[in-house]
Design a protein around this ligand. Sequence first.
Ligand code: SUD
Ligand code: ADP
Length: 281
Amino acid sequence: MKIILPSPAKINLSLWVNGKRDDGYHDILTVFHTINVFDYISIQQSGQLELNVAGSTIVPAGGDNLIIKACDVFSKHTGIKPKVSITLEKHIPIGAGLGGGSSNAALVLKGLNMLYNYPVDEEKLMEMAAEIGSDVAFFIKGGLAIGYGRGEKLIFYGKHKFDILLVYPNIFCSTAEVYKYLPPIKREISIEDAERLILIPLMKGDLDTLRENMWNDLESSRAPCIKEVMEAKKIIEDVVGTKVLMSGSGSSLFTIVDKNKKIDITPLQRKGWWVKFCSAI
Ligand SMILES: C[C@@](CO)(OP(=O)(O)O)[C@H](O)COP(=O)(O)OP(=O)(O)OC[C@H]1O[C@@H](n2ccc(N)nc2=O)[C@H](O)[C@@H]1O
Ligand SMILES: Nc1ncnc2c1ncn2[C@@H]1O[C@H](COP(=O)(O)OP(=O)(O)O)[C@@H](O)[C@H]1O
């Protein structure tokens, strides 16, 4: 049996850092939404576990791939050693703050659970996902969610419609490095704050307030890549005329767009940047 799974990207409509933890991670509060930018993963039962990666020369095809980590975690918790041939077709920009690797890992956990006749329930899948990475658990359900803790504790709010212009300025950002060079932040954002600032304007369709309130503390990181990302942010804001935000640890940047407002994106395309109108899903 062969299954083909679309593996969606995500943006962070906001991300606040509430402090550094003893385990080296940061306590964050973030608002995730999946978007219609996909990798495609096929999983087929086979004599042994193998992974082929198409569409990228920088994504590892061995043990460092988060898909292999997902297979290991699946085996650890179910006792089933997956004997499958997996093909990953990459389209989500890599190191872009779009969660591509985390999404791939989550979808493979779901695919293996399906192929081996549901040995674990969704709650257990979320637990397993959290072992692989901080934003893997979000992709088990997707849609609109608040993430807190490392990003693995989640409150889901269904799915909401909005459109964005997404730009990947061909800058690779290492998540670890962006967090490492983050200056101390002295304020705490609560779940209620995030609901008031982001979720309520989004649900009301009040895009001006949503744009005004969206925020990403990781933009103040002193990691070298962020300086370049902020330069790209200014260029994009001059072209689109609305506030632009970095997604997650970068480098992709997005703005919430009104369907009926025409935006000329050729100045951005002329820079050789990846530029795409997308929708929340
Ligand atoms: C920043 C976010 C926002 O959604 O996404 P991306 O930008 O990667 O898409 C996530 O927090 C990324 O999650 P993920 O990509 O799974 O990161 P992980 O593998 O768990 O962690 C990579 C490294 O980032 C740092 N890290 C990550 C999460 C967190 N809450 N605090 C941290 O300090 C740690 O140094 C960790 O070793
Ligand atoms: N399946 C995967 N897809 C993309 N990147 C992966 C994958 N597995 C491991 N990686 C590694 O993760 C890093 C990028 O992760 P990605 O999820 O694309 O970015 P981000 O964390 O910024 O959203 C790269 O160093 C890449 O080599």
